[in-house]
Design a protein around this ligand. Structure first.
Ligand code: PLP
Length: 362
């Protein structure tokens, strides 16, 4: 227990910028002089129109999206998209290519296959426990899209650049690295991201979809499972996740106004990750688990000499106000998640702790 805010390295839900939380607090009881909180106003009011339109506008500006892209907010987290993507985008007789780089990609593949959709796994790094990003992939020309996970939150790997698919649109799960770096949007037909890593509270998923894919959506789907329902109603066919969308708008405002845009965010993320990886590489006590050229700037996965030490490391870190350093239960080890909101101060605190822990336990 503590009355202080901790250095939060949680993988998701994860740390949000302090200034965003403060703004939420200060406007909570009376949002924009409406006399109501954001959780009480009508989603059909001009107050909420302002919020959702601001979130969409900022997302478009940050990623330099042309008018061909729609920004949608859908509930059900990123996991619902594992089903919605093939459901909406693959008709009878159509196929898609999937790249398998870890737990989340595997789930996306299973979901598509369970629905009886025709998907080909064209590359996988499962042979080495997903510790790398496959390169030199050949794609099936007739594929409708190529699905990949841009950052593998659990395994600590990330696509540093995206494969040349020969023009086939990429559909990317960017849950854990959206808005962490600029993107060449030409390659992407769709991007989706559960909010709880880099954007806001869990439950809301941001979906960015290009018009040609949107126009191809299967029509015989339930309204709530169809992208066109969301695009034709500005994501307000039913009551949207208002608080989530509001927080996302504030996080995007923070990127634009306080971080100085997405290029600056990327620079900051590289600096932060390099500091930690350099420290790990210089030590014989800590060992990074991802291959060097595949390392994630968002989730740093590492091991200590044995599991007992890992357990003690996580416990002692927690006592010193550094939280969330335990690796995912499926892989063990340690993981420091350092999304956009992770501060320089928290990185230095982590490195200092790693140094002293090594000295005491070597
Ligand atoms: C966390 C995460 C998910 C799952 O998100 P939910 O919102 O819990 O469904 C999917 N993909 C990636 C890459 C993630 O990091």
């Amino acid at each position: 227990m503590t009355d202080q805010r901790i250095y939060n390295f949680n993988a998701g839900p994860a740390a949000l910028p302090l200034s965003v939380l403060e703004e939420i607090r200060s406007s909570f009881l009376n949002f924009k002089n409406s006399g109501m909180s954001i959780t009480e106003i009508s989603h059909r009011s001009s107050y909420f129109d302002g919020v959702i339109n601001d979130a969409v506008k900022r997302a478009k500006r940050l990623l330099k999206l042309s008018d061909r892209y729609h920004v949608l907010f859908i509930q059900g987290g990123a996991s619902l998209q594992f089903a919605m993507v093939p459901m909406n985008l693959l008709s009878k007789g159509e196929t898609a290519d999937y790249i398998n780089t870890g737990t989340w990609s595997t789930k996306a593949i299973n979901e598509a296959q369970n629905m009886g959709k025709s998907v080909h796994v064209v590359a996988s790094s499962e042979d080495k426990n997903f510790s790398y990003i496959p390169r030199e992939i050949s794609f099936n020309k007739e594929s409708k899209f190529v699905h990949l996970t841009s950052n593998n939150t659990i395994k600590g790997t990330q696509f540093s650049d995206f494969p040349d698919t020969g023009g086939i649109p990429i559909v990317a799960d960017m849950s854990s690295d959206i808005f962490s770096r600029p993107l060449d949007m030409e390659k992407f037909g769709m991007i989706y991201a559960g909010a709880q890593k880099n954007l806001g509270p869990s439950g809301t998923c941001m979906v960015i979809i290009r018009k040609d894919l949107l126009d191809s959506v299967n029509n015989d789907l339930p309204a709530m499972l169809k992208y066109s329902t969301y695009s034709s109603k500005n994501s307000m066919y039913n009551t949207p996740p208002c608080f989530g969308i509001y927080t996302i708008s504030l996080v995007l405002k923070w990127i634009e106004e306080q971080m100085g845009g997405i290029d600056k965010v990327e620079e900051h993320n590289i600096t932060k990750a390099d500091l930690i990886y350099d420290h790990i590489d210089a030590s014989s006590f800590y060992k990074a688990t991802a291959e060097k050229d595949s390392r994630s700037l968002m989730n740093i996965t590492f091991r200590l000499p044995n599991e007992d030490l890992e357990k003690t490391f996580v416990e002692q870190a927690s006592k010193r106000g550094l939280g969330g350093l335990k690796g995912h239960r499926s892989v063990g080890g340690c993981r420091a998640s350092i999304y956009n909101a992770a501060t320089m101060e928290s990185i230095y605190a982590l490195i200092e702790f790693m140094e002293s822990f090594e000295k005491e336990n070597k």
